[in-house]
Ligand binder design. Structure first.
Ligand SMILES: [Zn+2]
Length: 63
């Protein structure tokens, strides 16, 4: 391994998550490099929020 980053205590080691916001027609949705994607939203802001939720480890909860 080639790593120059210091090991920060308390940091959670996560697989690479690269979220991108895609637009389809008047809908927006977030996609992640890990395969996750959000449902189509009418608000780009909402799609971003869902992406943020995914990045922070928010498990898909009902409701
Ligand atoms: Zn992801």
């Amino acid at each position: 391994m080639h790593s120059e980053l210091p090991d920060v205590p308390g940091a959670v080691r996560m697989p690479e998550h690269r979220v991108a916001i895609s637009e389809r027609g008047s809908f927006c949705f977030a996609t992640c490099s890990c395969g996750w994607f959000s449902p189509a939203r009418r608000s780009r802001d909402l799609a971003r929020r869902e992406a943020d939720d995914h990045l922070t480890g928010g498990d898909s909860a009902p409701g």
